[in-house]
Unconditional design. Structure first.
Length: 326
């Protein structure tokens, strides 16, 4: 079967490898789509021995004796959670302390830039018949991660919210805020096309230098993953407000206390990924028409053009980019 290898220096090869054999409790999924993620920019530059790709949708090709029907359409959950620890038993699979790792990140868990992937049957998130396989990819990082963060901080109670960073995840946050009925939303980014996209989701676009002039922001979601954006968020949040750290910074955040960040009460909340228990409600939000998944996907390219897909994605001038595998 075909599988991608990231060779470093922004070079990707599609090679032929044996089809994976599912082990006990695992199923074989024929990949339909895999979404590109900003976290993969690092292996795109440095290389990776593993096949990446962790935003996967597909169809069960071999149930391998598991209690799932072949032909089941599903999204694939990122964390190989144990199902037995206190967090898993509470339904908080995103907090599993005994996870075997992350799909497409942790050896030997090859990811979805390939024709097939073997995953635990419990990692399948079955789809409603009216949810298509492209939308299934969005229900993972773009919607699942974003909406879990909003649930953590009861975002529906916010009056004025700001999202810093308007890539696909930031747009997912904006769509979530809109679906929750938050009255005033603002969006900040350096890229004009991303600000234009944010405006489509009901946000008032603001250049980064304009953020300090905003007042009474009771919720700020930082998605850029940049130290300067983190500092700007804690300085701009209103007293008794909440800053959600959703981005993934690749460098240390030097925190320099100043009156803007010290002379007020506020909360900092870190959030990542979502528990499987939220997937049904997220699907229902699509089925109810509260979010239009078609607005999010800007490019769909075949697996053989994965290198081109990453060049487009790395430009920063796209929304969600998907690779069509099956």
């Amino acid at each position: 079967m075909r599988a991608a290898r990231f060779r470093g220096n922004q070079r990707i090869e599609i090679i032929d490898v044996p089809r994976p054999e599912p082990g006990p409790g695992e199923v074989l999924v024929e990949v339909a789509y895999c979404g590109l993620c900003g976290s993969e920019r690092l292996p795109y530059r440095r290389g990776m021995d593993l096949t990446p790709g962790h935003e996967v949708s597909g169809v069960v090709a071999d149930a391998n004796g598991c209690d799932v029907a072949e032909g089941t359409r599903a999204a694939v959950y990122l964390s190989m959670f144990c199902g037995e620890c206190r967090y898993c038993k509470e339904g908080a699979t995103n907090l599993c302390r005994h996870s075997r790792g992350l799909l497409g990140w942790t050896p030997p868990l090859h990811g979805g830039y390939a024709d097939y992937v073997a995953v635990p049957a419990r990692n399948l998130l079955p789809l409603h018949p009216e949810v298509d396989l492209q939308a299934a990819v969005l229900l993972l990082d773009t919607f699942g991660t974003a909406w879990h963060a909003l649930r953590l901080v009861r975002a529906e109670e916010a009056t004025r919210a700001l999202v810093i960073g308007c890539g696909p995840l930031g747009l997912g946050v904006l769509a979530g805020l809109q679906s929750l009925g938050v009255r005033e939303t603002y969006a900040s980014d350096f890229v004009a096309s991303r600000l234009a996209a944010a405006q489509e989701f009901g946000a008032v676009p603001v250049r980064p230098e304009g953020v300090p002039a905003l007042e009474d922001l009771d919720l700020i979601v930082e998605v850029a993953g940049q130290p300067a954006a983190l500092t700007q968020a804690v300085n701009a949040i209103a007293p008794r407000g909440t800053v959600v750290l959703l981005g993934e910074p690749r460098e240390d955040w030097p925190f320099h206390p100043c009156p803007a960040s010290m002379l007020k009460d506020y909360s900092l909340v870190r959030s990542w990924y979502f528990p499987t228990s939220e997937f049904a409600e997220n699907q229902q939000r699509l089925l109810d028409g509260k979010v239009n998944a078609a607005q999010f996907v800007s490019h769909v390219l075949p697996l053989g053009r994965l290198d081109e897909a990453f060049r487009l994605f790395a430009s920063g001038d796209t929304r969600k980019v998907l690779v069509a595998v099956g």
